[in-house]
Design a protein around this ligand. Structure first.
Ligand code: ZN
Length: 447
């Protein structure tokens, strides 16, 4: 079994992630976060918010609506170009993303180029292809009272999209924030939220799903200082990934995207790659987007996006540097880095070595024996004290102590506290360390 399968299995067994709509046979490309997954996910998102937003005077938060005026996506180019090359097998009618089933081609592949690769259908094995068609990945819906038999005009006018990225909710609020907070440059606007992409073939667990959460910041900078600003953000990203998310330095790689692969408006892009169990994949991106987005909005809205410098009086459209990260990608990176199999006294065990700032629970409290009321009562007291102090504390009195340890190891609880008969005598408890399994006796008041 590969390590990714081990992680998927652990996620389901321990309530981190379940397949979406599992009870009805599932829904491709969707996943549900379970009781522990939702805590880990929120911890990751909260740490990001603290690191990039709360710790800086010049970074503001925003929480824009998922449904946006469709002109947003005309201005951004998504309506015209946010598409994947779709190819259909004429024999079995299976549809694929062309660049994912043939080697040596990319998203802009033409029908001729694809046919030249002599790729066989992964389903039926035949080689009989239709032409490549552009498949727009935005999910469309209808806003307002529209009926299925309404005329085409009305239907078209009511069409809206689930946002394919959170960034445009930031750009469209740039002017609102400038006009209400008068920030100096550089300043950042940050947003966390859902984004939707109708992937042709979702796969790789939560790496390529149809509904995901993003964390993005647009930093508005003076065009003359972009290189310096870019370097600062580049360093901050490493600091966050390696020191706050605890990802091993040697598994995070910078990929300088060459000019021919960059979006036409971008003058520099770095992809942060991570060594996932199934290979290296993109974890986050850092892109210098110039004034592309604000100029697009100017054109489509007819409103000026110029910024006036309070000190120099200079007026200009700011340039933008964008760090962007997918929460699920980061979630999987954190799990992959933490997932460990080792051996304790000849017994194999699975342990999630999550850092304390991310672990769903900091402490697990339990009585040594659950059929001794005096132990249970004392343990409950300790549990309530710690819960008040730390919030993220759990209680476990199931099975024997060895089983409890194994469960807490698998969900990444750093410390297990056990109340035994000595506790009743001297108010000390045993504290077991998840990673070393060493146990020490500590006064309850010192916890
Ligand atoms: Zn086929």
């Amino acid at each position: 079994m590969s390590k990714l399968e081990d992680i998927v299995s652990l996620c389901k067994r321990r309530g981190f992630i379940f397949p979406g709509s599992d009870i009805y046979g599932g829904m491709a490309g969707t996943w549900d976060f379970g009781p522990l997954g939702v805590i880990l996910k929120r911890n990751i998102m909260d740490q990001w918010w603290k690191f990039f937003v709360e710790n800086h005077d010049n970074v503001y938060g925003i929480d824009a609506a998922i449904l946006m005026n469709p002109r947003t996506w005309i201005a951004s180019g998504h309506t015209a170009t946010f598409s994947d090359p779709l190819i259909e097998c004429k024999e079995c009618k299976s549809r694929f993303r062309a660049d994912k089933i043939a080697d040596g081609i990319n998203e802009s592949v033409t029908t001729e180029e694809f046919l030249a690769t002599h790729t066989k259908c992964p389903v039926c094995g035949k080689e009989n292809w239709g032409p490549i068609r552009k498949f727009n990945m935005m999910f469309s819906t209808h806003v307002g009272a529209v009926l299925p038999d309404d005329d085409k005009d009305l239907t078209e006018k009511s069409t809206a999209y689930l946002r394919p990225e959170t960034a445009q909710g930031i750009f469209t609020n740039y002017k609102n924030v400038v006009d209400t907070f008068y920030p100096n440059l550089p300043f950042g606007l940050a947003q966390q939220g859902k984004a939707f992409r109708n992937e042709i073939s979702p796969r790789d667990f939560i790496l390529r799903d149809r509904e995901c959460s993003q964390m993005e910041i647009e930093f508005f900078v003076h065009p003359d200082t972009w290189e310096e600003n870019f370097e600062q953000i580049r360093k901050a990203n490493h600091d966050f990934l390696e020191n706050v998310m605890n990802l091993p330095k040697d598994k995070v790689h910078e990929l300088e995207v060459p000019a021919k692969d960059r979006a036409h408006y971008s003058k520099r892009t770095i992809d942060y790659m991570f060594d996932y169990p199934n290979g290296q994949e993109e974890l986050m991106g850092l892109a210098y987007r110039t004034d592309f987005d604000l100029k697009n909005i100017e054109r489509e809205s007819g409103k000026s996006m110029e910024y006036r410098d309070k000190n120099t009086g200079e007026s200009f459209v700011p340039h933008v540097i964008e760090p962007s990260i997918g929460v699920e990608r980061l979630f999987l990176a954190v799990l992959s880095a933490a997932y460990t199999e080792d051996e304790i006294d000849g017994n194999k065990r699975i342990v999630l070595k999550l850092p304390e700032n991310l672990a769903p629970y900091k402490y697990c409290v339990s009585p040594l024996l659950k059929n001794k009321p005096e132990l249970v009562e004392k343990a409950q007291k300790v549990y309530q004290i710690l819960r008040k102090k730390y919030n993220n504390v759990t209680w476990d009195d199931s099975g024997n102590i060895g089983k409890r340890y194994r469960k807490q190891d698998e969900i990444g609880t750093p410390k297990c506290i056990v109340i035994d008969f000595d506790t009743l005598e001297n108010d000390t408890v045993t504290v077991r360390d998840r990673d070393t399994t060493d146990q020490v006796r500590i006064n309850i008041s010192d916890l």
